[in-house]
Design a protein around this ligand. Sequence first.
Ligand SMILES: NC(=O)c1ccc[n+]([C@@H]2O[C@H](COP(=O)([O-])OP(=O)(O)OC[C@H]3O[C@@H](n4cnc5c(N)ncnc54)[C@H](OP(=O)(O)O)[C@@H]3O)[C@@H](O)[C@H]2O)c1
Length: 321
Amino acid sequence: MKAIVQDAYGEADVLRFEDIDRPTPGQGELLVEVRAAGVDAGVWHLMAGLPLIGRPAMGWHKPRMRVRGLELAGRVAAVGAGVTRFKEGDEIFGTGWGAFAEYVTVREDRAARKPANLTFEQAAAVPVSACTALQALRKKENAGRVLVIGAGGGIGTYAVQLAKAGGAHVTGVCSTAKADLVEKLGAEVIDYTKEEITGTYDLILDIAGNRRLRTLREHLTSDGTLVFVGGENGGRWLGGLQRNLGGLLLSLFVKQNLRGLLATEPATDLERLRELIEAGTITPVLDRTFPLAEAADAVRYQHAGRVRGKVVVVVSPQVGL
Ligand SMILES: NC(=O)c1ccc[n+]([C@@H]2O[C@H](COP(=O)([O-])OP(=O)(O)OC[C@H]3O[C@@H](n4cnc5c(N)ncnc54)[C@H](OP(=O)(O)O)[C@@H]3O)[C@@H](O)[C@H]2O)c1
């Protein structure tokens, strides 16, 4: 089967379009014929091997897993022993390591039925980014005033919609190029290229920009919650982890809740997202797609930061939708 593989860390030119063996589903796994795979920021991190603190898990000198890609939508081609929720032919979305390929194995508990009203391309843009947004907002969906920093990107576009659906007053921080999109999703906009953040918020989702902890806390109510979700300029070694740890420590002494997030994509959250999507409460925002053979360009495009919402790699063109 065709797949996007790498044998060394580096920029996107380490990615190669190659023929490799088709994987076999193990106990509790599905073999999925991939139709489309999302390009989340994590793809770049695994490709580059950064931040270095992640190397024990990623592989010290070269990637432990050769095939890139994680979030996907496709059709079940076969099921492994013990699988109860799916059968051959089912259309699913979820996560599986090595999704930039014609076939990938997906754990049954990392998959859900594809939302009926989405194309495979749209559904592939959901699992990682929307689960992250959902978990960042967990127990706080109905917070009064929510600030989403990085509102026009993969996670931000879901976070704005989910917070809005929970009845919050949402303010989104983004650049001029994404202001119209963020406004259309229902948020008031702060264009950070023209103005500073103003106001006080019950919940701040810090998805981008790596602003100083002190600055963020100034905009948080005295008992508000700040969730460190991400940020791409946090340094080669720790990738911004020191700020999360600083927040966590400080949280022990102040009323504000300052916490990091390590999101996962469990089937329960995917099912919840499917319900919200089918009800029309949230909709994936797709910037553009790339064919599988051009996945390296898709990763470059995502990493350049100009994407409005999400980028998706199309693995096999869908018929009939
Ligand atoms: N905690 C977790 O479990 C978890 C899970 C997934 C991803 N992440 C991390 O979360 C981060 C975001 O991921 P993503 O997929 O949403 O990436 P993305 O699609 O690239 O979105 C990031 C957004 O931030 C905006 N931005 C850049 N600099 C900014 C600044 N100074 N102020 C405000 N906004 C700024 C960018 O556009 P504009 O500048 O044009 O507005 C972009 O839209 C990444 O670092 C990723 O690694 C964390």
